[in-house]
Design a binder for this molecule. Structure first.
Ligand code: 5GP
Length: 139
């Protein structure tokens, strides 16, 4: 079954599309956290960033890079929070990878991305060394 975002791509569900090319598309979020809240997605259905092939990832980043200043300028934002909820446990509701571009304004009452943290771990140096080495070996 295709995701709600694929239905937008197919024109089966209306959306305010702000950009489209061969492999990516961007449209306004239906429940905006701020004016101009935009979603950028690959047209092909991949659930998570981890599933996106290199060439599509390159295209996706290029579209994000193009859209961030466009969104900021359009709504006269002071800044943007640019983020993925990458997986259900991280809050991803639509299983079609998407980047949120959320315009931010001085005094908007929001917080930094650090606000996502629940219990913050107290990691010892050797644990940090092990984690860093493990990531490095897989990258
Ligand atoms: P997630 O929680 O998966 O990272 O974010 C999904 C986002 O998709 C939400 O911000 C939600 O408002 C948005 N959304 C869900 N359904 C639709 C839809 O039908 N159209 C549009 N434009 N956005 C949607």
């Amino acid at each position: 079954m295709s995701t709600i975002f694929s239905q937008i791509i197919e024109g089966e569900i209306p959306a305010r599309i702000v950009y489209e090319d061969e492999t990516t598309i961007a449209f306004l979020d239906a429940n905006p956290l701020a004016p101009g809240h935009t979603l950028v997605i690959p047209k092909a259905e991949y659930e998570r960033l981890n599933d996106v092939p290199d060439d599509v990832a390159t295209d996706l980043y290029a579209t994000i890079h193009q859209l961030v200043p466009a969104v900021e300028d359009a709504v006269d934002a002071d800044a943007t929070t640019v983020a993925f909820n990458n997986g259900e446990e991280a809050g991803q509701e639509v299983p079609h990878v998407h980047c949120h571009i959320v315009p931010r304004f001085e005094g908007d009452g929001g917080g930094p991305i650090h606000g996502i943290a629940g219990d913050v771990p107290d990691l010892a140096d050797d644990e940090l060394d092990d984690i860093a080495a493990d990531i490095e070996s897989r990258a």
